[in-house]
Ligand binder design. Structure first.
Ligand code: SF4
Length: 955
C-alpha cells in the first residue's frame, strides 16, 4: 500500500561531501561527491566550478557505477597461458614492479627506442611525456593522433590555438554559431550550456554534419554534408565573402600575416617563403612611405595587394593577394562544389550572406579601453558576433588538417577570432605559431634522457626525426615524411609497425588506458593477431613484452604479459595542469586536482604513482636524488606539489610560493594540495576586462602570459593565414634543401602540402572503387558514453546497450531493406554482419552507428551473452590501418599526410542484405575468461539496497 511506504522528503544523503573533478569524459567538470557509510552515495555538480558551474551530465552522475564496476581489476596480474587467452595469476606489486624494471632497465641500457610507451585517454600527459623523455625513448604519444590532432595542429599552425581546450565561442554574445562534425563526448557540458544560452537569446545555430543527432538535432539549420567535403564547403564560403568584399581588412592588416610579402620566384629554393630583411624580419610594402619596411613596425600602412620589387630585384606579393587569387577562382564557387558536398549552391550562398550580416551588420562595441602590443590605446573593443566550433568529425579525415585550417581562415577573414561575439582563446592560448619547441628524438643513447619532449612542432624538413639514411626514428613514423607535422604521434600505427619490425623491432609495448585490441584500433582482428603472432625462428612473440595498466578488465588486458591495475578516478590524486590539457576559460586560466574521496578496497595503485616508482627504480634523472633515492617518495601527489618544469613553474599554478600566496610562478608549496582541497579542488584567475580580448596583440594580457610562462616574450602573436612551414615541406618535395622526401613520396607531398588551405578527395575514396563501395560509413559518439568505459557502466548501458547501423530511409528503400533487417557491410578491409535501422536525418550516401558500444564476449565482466557482445558491433573491423596500394604499389597508413591523424571517417562500404540466419552480429571471437579475483557478471544491480535497508530499519 502506497501510504505504508516511508517517503523521505529531506533525506540525509550523506555523512560527508568531498570535492573533486569528474573523469567520466574529457570535460573535467567540478563535482561534489556525497559519501554515506563510507560508500559513494551521490554525485552532484559543483556550482562554483569554472567548467560546469554546477551542471552534471548523465555520465557524470553515473560515475558511481564506474567506481563500483564489477570489472575493476583487483591486483597485479602476470600472464601464464598463451597471450590473448586471458590466463593470468595474481602477483604482488613488488614482483610486478621488479619484472617491469627488469624489462625496461635492459632496454634503457641498450637501446631506449625499444620501449614504445603509448597512453590512451589519460589526463596526465605532461607527466607521461616527461617520463618518456627521462627514459630516453622517442616512442611516446597519447591518443591525440587517433582523435583530433588535425584540429589541434591546424589551429596551432594558424591561429596559435584551436577549439575546445584551446578556446571557446563567446556564448554570451555570439549571434551566429556554425558547428562542424562535433564529438558529443568532448566539451560536453560546456557546449550544452553554451547552446542553451544561444537558443535562449535567439542566436542562429547551424550544424554541418552528415548525421542529425545530439547537438545537430537542436540546430536551427542542419546541413547534412557528404563526409570529407567540409573543406570544400568552407572554401566556397570564403569564395563568396571575398567576391562580395565582406572581409575585415583592418583586422587582417593588424593581426595577421596577410600583408607579409611572399617571394615569387618559381624554381628558386625560397620561392613562396616570406621576404625578410638582413635582421631576419618579415617585410611588407608601406603605402605611406612607398618603401619596403619591417612588417612588425606599428605605424605603417601595409599593402595587401600588388607586386613589389625586393632589394635583390625579385618579385614578391602580399600573402593576402595569394589568398584572394586562389579562393576567388571558379573551382571554389558554390556551383562548382555543391554537388560534391551534397549541398544546394544557393544554400552555400545564403550561409555566406548570413555570416557577413552577423559579422558586420551586427558589430559589437564594448566600451572597454585597452592597449595593444605596440602601446597604442583603443577606446573600444570591436566584436564580430560569429563563432565556430569543430571537432573530430572533420578532423578524422585524410584531408582534415587543411579543412581545419580552412575553418580558421574563414573565421579570420571575418575578423571573428578573439573578439567579443567570436571565438575566444582560453589561456594559456594563444601560443606563438607554431608554439615550439621542436620534437626530440635524434641522438637517443642508452642511459641518457632526450634533450626535450618527444612530441612538439616541426617548422620544416630539418626538424624531422630521421636517421642519416632517412629511416624514421620513431616506431610510429611520426615526424617522418609520412607525417611531418605529427604533433600527437600515430598511435594507430604502433602495433602494426612493431609487429612488422618497420622501421625496427621493439622489445616492450607499454600502454595505459588504451583499448588497443578492440575499439581503439583500426583492423581490430588483424591487431589481435599481431599481438599474439610469434617469430617462427625463435618461437617468441614478435612484440616480446606487453605491459598494460588500466582500472578495468578491458579487452586489451588479455593481451598483456603484465597488468598493473589502476585506481578509479575517485580513489586518487590527480592534476589537471596548465602544462597539459587545461580546463581554462576565455576569461582566465584555471587548473584543478582530483583527491581520493574513498580509499581503494583492492590492491591497486594510481598509474601515475606507479610510473614515478618505476622511474625511481630505473634511476631516471628527474625522478632520483643525487644519493640514488626516489625524488618523489610520496608518489604522484608529491610530484604534483614539488616538481618544477622550469624554475617556479610546476604542475599546478595556484597557491605557489613557500607561503602559498603566489600563483603562476613561485617556489613549490608543501601545503599546495591542501590549499586546493580547501578551495573545492580548483584554482581560477579572472583576467581584468582590458585583458580579455585580442589576447594575441593585447599588451596587458601578453605581459601576464609572459609572467605565467604561457609565452616566451610579450611580442605580438601574428595569425598565420599563409603557413611558411607548409611551404618549406613543399619546397623539399620539389627538390630543394638538404632534407628531401624519398622519390616515391615526392608527389604525395607536393599534392598535400600547401601554405594555404586546400581540398583533395579523402585517400580511401581515391583508392577504392567507389562503385563497389558506394557509401560512407561513420561513427558518432553518444553523449551519454565516453569511449569503451560507458558501455560497461550499469546505468549508461541501459540507455544504449546495443547499436544498429543507421541508414537513410530512401537509401534503404533503394537497397530493398527495412528496419530490423540484418546486413553484411563490406569494406576493402573486411566484412561485418549487423542489424539496420532506418532514419531521416542522415546524408543519403552515409551509414553510421554509435561508437564503442560493441564489446568482446567475456570482457568488462559483462555476461558473455550481453547485448553489447552479441548484437552490438564495431565498425573498427572494417577500417584498415593501411590504405589500399597506390599507383606506385605502396601502402601508406590510413592517416592525414600532414599530421598522421587517423582517418577513421574516410571509410567506404557496401551494404548487402543477409539471408535469414542467426541474429548475432559478426565477427564474434572466443569468449575471454574473467581475470582472477573478479566477480561473476551480476544479473541484478543492487546499488542502494544498503540504504534502503537502513530506511526500513529506521521505520
Ligand atoms: S560533461 Fe564529462 S566531465 Fe562533465 S559531468 Fe559530464 S562526464 Fe563529467
Amino acid at each position: 500500500m502506497l501510504q505504508d511506504r516511508a517517503i523521505e522528503r529531506s533525506p540525509s544523503v550523506s555523512d560527508e561531501v568531498k570535492f573533486t573533478t569528474c573523469y567520466m569524459c574529457a570535460c573535467r567538470c567540478g563535482i561534489k561527491v556525497h559519501i554515506k557509510d563510507g560508500q559513494i552515495r551521490y554525485i552532484e555538480g559543483n556550482k562554483n566550478h569554472p567548467v560546469n558551474k554546477g551542471v552534471l551530465c548523465g555520465k557524470g552522475s553515473s560515475g558511481i557505477m564506474q567506481h563500483y564496476s564489477p570489472a575493476r581489476l583487483r591486483k597485479p596480474l602476470k600472464r601464464v597461458g598463451e597471450r590473448g587467452k586471458g590466463e593470468f595469476v595474481e602477483i604482488e606489486w613488488d614482483e610486478a614492479l621488479e619484472l617491469a624494471t627488469k624489462w625496461l632497465g635492459d632496454i634503457r641500457a641498450t637501446d631506449p627506442r625499444k620501449l614504445a610507451f603509448f597512453t590512451g585517454r589519460d589526463q596526465s600527459q605532461s607527466l607521461t611525456g616527461w617520463w618518456a623523455m627521462q627514459f630516453g625513448t622517442p616512442n611516446f604519444a597519447a591518443h591525440g593522433g587517433f582523435c583530433s590532432v588535425n584540429m589541434a595542429a591546424a589551429g596551432l599552425y594558424t591561429i596559435g590555438g584551436s577549439f575546445w581546450e584551446f578556446g571557446e565561442p563567446d556564448w554570451e554574445r555570439t549571434r551566429y554559431f556554425l558547428m562542424f562534425g562535433v564529438a558529443e563526448d568532448h566539451d560536453s557540458n560546456p557546449i550544452k550550456t553554451g547552446l542553451g544560452k544561444l537558443k535562449a537569446r535567439g542566436a542562429k545555430v547551424v550544424s554541418v554534419n552528415p548525421i542529425r543527432t545530439g547537438y545537430s538535432a537542436i540546430a536551427d539549420e542542419w546541413i547534412g554534408i557528404r563526409p570529407g567535403t567540409d573543406g570544400l564547403f568552407v572554401l566556397a564560403l570564403v569564395h563568396e565573402l571575398l567576391r562580395a568584399d565582406k572581409i575585415d581588412l583592418e583586422y587582417l592588416v593588424r593581426y595577421t600575416n596577410a600583408p607579409w610579402l611572399v617571394i615569387q620566384d618559381p624554381g628558386a629554393s625560397d620561392h613562396g617563403l616570406f621576404a625578410r630583411d638582413s635582421d631576419g624580419d618579415h617585410l611588407c610594402w608601406d603605402q605611406k612611405t612607398k618603401a619596403l619596411v619591417k612588417a612588425k613596425l606599428p605605424n605603417i600602412s601595409p599593402a595587401v595587394v600588388g607586386q613589389v620589387k625586393l632589394a635583390d630585384g625579385r618579385n614578391a606579393v602580399p600573402a593576402f593577394q595569394l589568398i584572394a587569387q586562389r579562393y576567388e577562382g571558379d573551382e571554389y564557387s558554390p556551383d562548382a562544389v555543391a554537388a560534391r558536398c551534397g549541398i544546394d549552391a544557393d544554400q552555400i550562398r545564403r550561409i555566406a550572406i548570413e555570416l557577413a550580416e552577423a559579422a558586420f551588420d551586427q558589430q559589437i562595441e564594448l566600451d572597454i579601453p585597452w592597449t595593444d602590443w605596440a602601446g597604442r590605446k583603443h577606446e573600444k573593443i570591436i566584436g564580430r558576433p560569429v563563432a565556430m566550433h569543430a571537432m573530430r568529425g572533420i578532423s578524422a579525415h585524410s584531408n582534415g588538417f587543411h579543412t581545419c585550417r580552412a575553418i580558421h581562415l574563414l573565421q579570420v577573414l571575418l575578423g571573428s577570432i578573439e573578439c567579443p561575439g567570436g571565438f575566444r582563446f582560453k589561456p594559456p592560448f594563444p601560443k606563438p605559431i607554431p608554439p615550439g619547441p621542436k620534437p626530440s628524438g635524434r641522438g637517443y643513447k642508452p642511459m641518457q634522457p632526450l634533450s626535450g619532449m618527444p612530441l612538439a612542432f616541426t617548422m620544416g624538413p630539418e626538424d624531422l626525426l630521421l636517421e642519416d639514411d632517412g629511416t624514421p626514428i620513431r616506431i610510429d613514423k611520426a615526424y617522418s615524411w609520412e607525417a611531418p607535422v605529427a604533433a600527437h604521434g600515430l598511435m594507430h600505427m604502433v602495433i602494426t609497425n612493431a609487429w612488422k619490425g618497420d622501421p625496427y623491432k621493439i622489445d616492450t609495448l607499454f600502454m595505459y588506458m588504451a583499448n588497443m585490441s578492440w575499439n581503439s584500433s583500426m583492423n581490430t582482428k588483424g591487431v589481435m593477431e599481431m599481438l599474439t603472432d610469434k617469430d617462427p625462428a625463435t618461437g617468441e612473440y614478435k612484440i616480446p613484452h606487453i605491459i598494460y595498466s588500466d582500472a578495468f578488465a578491458s579487452e586489451t588486458v588479455s593481451y598483456a604479459d603484465l597488468v598493473l591495475p589502476d585506481t578509479t578516478y575517485l580513489e586518487r590524486w590527480d592534476c589537471i595542469s596548465l602544462l597539459d590539457r587545461p580546463i581554462c576559460e576565455a576569461d582566465g586560466p584555471a587548473d584543478a586536482i582530483r583527491q581520493p574521496v574513498v580509499e581503494p578496497d583492492r590492491d591497486v595503485r594510481a598509474f601515475q604513482s606507479v610510473l614515478l616508482d618505476l622511474g625511481a627504480r630505473l634511476k631516471l634523472p628527474g625522478m632520483t636524488k643525487d644519493d640514488g633515492s626516489p625524488k618523489f617518495p610520496g608518489g604522484y601527489p608529491d610530484y604534483i606539489a614539488n616538481h618544477e618544469r622550469s624554475p617556479g613553474i610546476g604542475p599546478l599554478a595556484g597557491w605557489r610560493g613557500s607561503d602559498g600566496k603566489e600563483f603562476g610562478r613561485g617556489a613549490p608549496n608543501k601545503d599546495q594540495l591542501q590549499a586546493y582541497v580547501d578551495h573545492e579542488c580548483f584554482w581560477h584567475h579572472e583576467l581584468s576586462d582590458d585583458q580579455k580580448f585580442y589576447k594575441f596583440a593585447n599588451q596587458s594580457y601578453l605581459k601576464f602570459a609572459n609572467h605565467m610562462g604561457f609565452v616566451g616574450s610579450t611580442d605580438q602573436i601574428v595569425l598565420q593565414l599563409y603557413s611558411e612551414p607548409m611551404q618549406k615541406f613543399l619546397l623539399a618535395a620539389e627538390g630543394h634543401g638538404k632534407v628531401q622526401p624519398p622519390e616515391h613520396m615526392r608527389e604525395r607531398i607536393k599534392t598535400t602540402f600547401d601554405p594555404l588551405p586546400i581540398w583533395y578527395a579523402p585517400f580511401e575514396e581515391a583508392l577504392v572503387d567507389t562503385e563497389q563501395y558506394p557509401l560512407h560509413a561513420l561513427t558518432q559518439r553518444p553523449m551519454i558514453m565516453y569511449h569503451s568505459w560507458g558501455g560497461q557502466n550499469a546505468w549508461l548501458r541501459q540507455i544504449i546497450g546495443r547499436n544498429k547501423l543507421y541508414i537513410a530511409s530512401r537509401k534503404a528503400k533503394e537497397l530493398d531493406l527495412v528496419d530490423g533487417d540484418w546486413v553484411r557491410v563490406h569494406s576493402h578491409n573486411g566484412v561485418i554482419k549487423v542489424q539496420i535501422k532506418t532514419m531521416e536525418g542522415v546524408n543519403a550516401d552515409t551509414v553510421w552507428t554509435w561508437n564503442a558500444i560493441g564489446k568482446r564476449a567475456g570482457s568488462w565482466t559483462l555476461a558473455p551473452d550481453a547485448a553489447e557482445a552479441k548484437s552490438a558491433f564495431l565498425l573498427n573491423h572494417l577500417i584498415g590501418e593501411l590504405l589500399p596500394k597506390d599507383k606506385m604499389g605502396k601502402r601508406y597508413s590510413n592517416s592525414d599526410p600532414v599530421t598522421g591523424q587517423a582517418a577513421w571517417f574516410d571509410l567506404r562500404v557496401r551494404v548487402e542484405k543477409c539471408s535469414a540466419g542467426m541474429e548475432v552480429s559478426e565477427p564474434q571471437f572466443p569468449i575471454l575468461p574473467r581475470p582472477p579475483g573478479l566477480p561473476e557478471a551480476p544479473t541484478l544491480n543492487r546499488y542502494g539496497s544498503i540504504w534502503r535497508k537502513s530506511v526500513e530499519r529506521a521505520k
